[in-house]
Design a binder for this molecule. Structure first.
Ligand code: ZN
Length: 305
């Protein structure tokens, strides 16, 4: 399994950072940002080593799809296996890269189907120094939402990093198809800012201050977006509210129409919070995620603790 990683070895020894793009084949800003990083990182100024994976799941990329020909979601397949299906082999190869790294960043978007408000996330791992490093990396990345979620989810690149005790963050930015220049710029700058925070590069020019919302949510399924607001039936979905709307229980999130009858199901919020993920690809299957609302467990009083 050749991931075609791009390695940039700095002039001085130091931390090894792994940056992943294309874990999902329909998420394009990360792929463009990695290409830009490959051209921008000056090895004369670099301390340590940068390993860039431009398109982790190439078979999914060729299909313009979240998943490859074996229908497995790479972000649910870690640590993978050397003699498994193509996606399992990719997960195994990336797990090897993670185990050889000191730091990891995994870049995503909402893909063709979803739109996600820019956020950077990490697992609420039990090791205090790893958790502290992840908080510092997430803050340095410089996106408006910083979201710590349960460390118990399996199958992610972050799960493999957790098991190898490698500090790791992931990011989400937009989606809905295409490749937006603002997302590419935010991801390129974010990675450079994390490397500067980790003393791998000189500090870049001061970034514009970000109005930041920091939430740590240790509930069982926090961070598992696809479980939220599942479509009650197949249909054609039209979201009602724009991204980042503040919602309360009973607010209308969208309407799901049967395209061949007059039947419509209205989808209502059951939570209070910020609508930070919404379905933008109209055709949906029963069970597809339609929306995710960012709750502050400190306000809802429903933490595990
Ligand atoms: Zn993704």
């Amino acid at each position: 399994m050749d991931l075609h990683p791009i390695e940039i070895v700095g002039r001085h020894p130091g931390p090894k950072i792994l940056i992943l793009a294309g874990i999902h084949g329909d998420e394009y800003e990360p792929i463009a940002a990695v290409r830009r990083l490959a051209g921008q990182i000056d090895r004369e100024q670099l301390t340590g080593k940068v390993t860039l994976v431009p398109i982790a799941n190439h078979s999914a990329y060729l299909r313009h799809s979240r998943v490859g020909t074996d229908q497995l979601d790479l972000a649910r397949t870690f640590p993978g296996s050397a003699d498994g299906t193509p996606t399992q082999q990719v997960a195994h190869a990336i797990t090897g890269l993670i185990q050889q790294s000191d730091l990891m960043i995994d870049l995503h978007t909402g893909g063709l189907a979803m739109e996600i408000s820019p956020l950077v996330g990490y697992m609420l791992v039990s090791d205090p120094s790893t958790l502290q490093k992840q908080r510092q990396m997430a803050t340095a990345f410089g996106l408006p939402i910083v979201w710590g979620t349960t460390a118990s989810l399996p199958g992610r690149s972050l799960s493999a990093a957790r098991d190898a005790n490698v500090p790791a963050i992931y990011a989400e930015w937009g989606g809905g198809g295409g490749c937006q220049a603002a997302g590419v710029a935010a991801y390129t700058a974010g990675c450079l800012q994390v490397m500067a925070q980790c003393e791998m590069l000189p500090s870049p020019a001061a970034a514009a201050p970000v109005d930041r919302c920091v939430i740590e949510d240790d509930r069982d399924t926090s961070g598992h977006l696809q479980l939220n607001y599942p479509a009650p039936h197949a249909g054609f979905y039209e979201p009602t509210l724009p991204l980042d709307s503040t919602v309360r229980p009973g607010d209308e999130l969208g309407r799901l129409h049967d395209p061949f009858t007059s039947h419509t199901t209205t989808i209502y919020s059951t939570q209070t919070g910020r609508l930070f993920t919404r379905r933008v690809l109209p055709p949906v299957e029963a069970g597809d995620c339609l929306a995710v609302i960012l709750e502050d467990p400190a306000e809802t009083g429903t933490t595990n603790e």
